[in-house]
Design a protein around this ligand. Structure first.
Ligand code: ZN
Length: 252
């Protein structure tokens, strides 16, 4: 029986769900501003049209909904059978007609939202496995989706930027990315400084003797950290400015 309201009761989780829904609405708005012809034009992602981005975001909602179903039923239901299937699906999706692409986005987002809404409070702790092999509680699906819709809205390249992304989403994203660098050891000699927050935020190789320091406001630094842009970011080494700003270590 479908409920009208979330079964989740944890206030942090409910706030996260709001953030994901807000991001989904934002992506939908940017998508609606694009004409059908615009969907065939390049996105900000190398080799991907906007159609690829829309297909990816739609299939991502379906894949995340499978994890929520897994948490609901206890029956293993992976995001994708394999990475090859995922990539093939995106290429196929990009060939869909504009109306089919728009329907894919709308229907998949609604379906995921229903799965979230109907997931009993206790099941949010059930463990599921992401396509990267991470075992996480179902709660994590909310953040996985939040990240996708906000970042890929900017990738549509029709006016959305990282400055549109809410500060808590940017902060968590930057923490995720710099955490991944640190786990892989790809941030040696690199210090990342966020300059526009109430207290100074430092990430990267804090123990480096003479680090390359990359500084900027949270939105600009996060865009740089995802490998998308360097606008608003400066780099220095031992007091000297480095230009152009070096690329960030790989994120995914
Ligand atoms: Zn993505």
């Amino acid at each position: 029986m479908a409920a009208r309201h979330d079964h989740a009761t944890d206030p942090v989780l409910l706030a996260g769900l709001l953030q994901a829904r807000h991001g989904t609405a934002f992506f939908a708005r940017k998508l609606n501003e694009l004409s059908d012809a615009d969907l065939g034009a390049p996105s900000l992602l190398p080799g991907w049209t906007r159609g690829h981005v829309v297909a990816h975001v739609g299939y991502n909602a379906r894949a995340i909904a499978r994890l929520v179903e897994w948490a609901a039923t206890g029956v293993e239901n992976p995001m994708y059978p394999s990475l090859e299937v995922r990539n093939h699906e995106i290429d196929f999706g990009a060939t869909l007609s504009p109306i089919a692409l728009r329907n894919l986005f709308d229907h998949s987002a609604i379906h995921l939202n229903v799965e979230w809404r109907d997931l009993p409070a206790d099941n949010w702790h059930h463990k599921v496995r992401t396509v990267q092999g991470r075992v996480v509680p179902a709660e994590e699906t909310v953040w996985m989706r939040t990240r996708e819709v906000w970042v890929h809205a900017a990738d549509l390249d029709n006016g959305a930027t990282f400055a549109d992304i809410p500060t808590p989403v940017l902060a968590r994203l930057l923490k995720d990315i710099t955490g991944a660098w640190s786990a892989r050891g790809t941030d040696r000699g690199l210090l990342v400084e966020v300059t526009d927050q109430p207290s100074a935020l430092l990430f990267g190789d804090a123990g480096a003797e003479s680090p390359v320091k990359v500084s900027g406001p949270l939105a600009a630094i996060t865009a740089w950290a995802t490998g998308r842009a360097t606008a608003g970011v400066t780099a220095s080494h031992g007091g000297g400015v480095i230009a152009p700003v070096p690329g960030a270590p790989a994120w995914i």
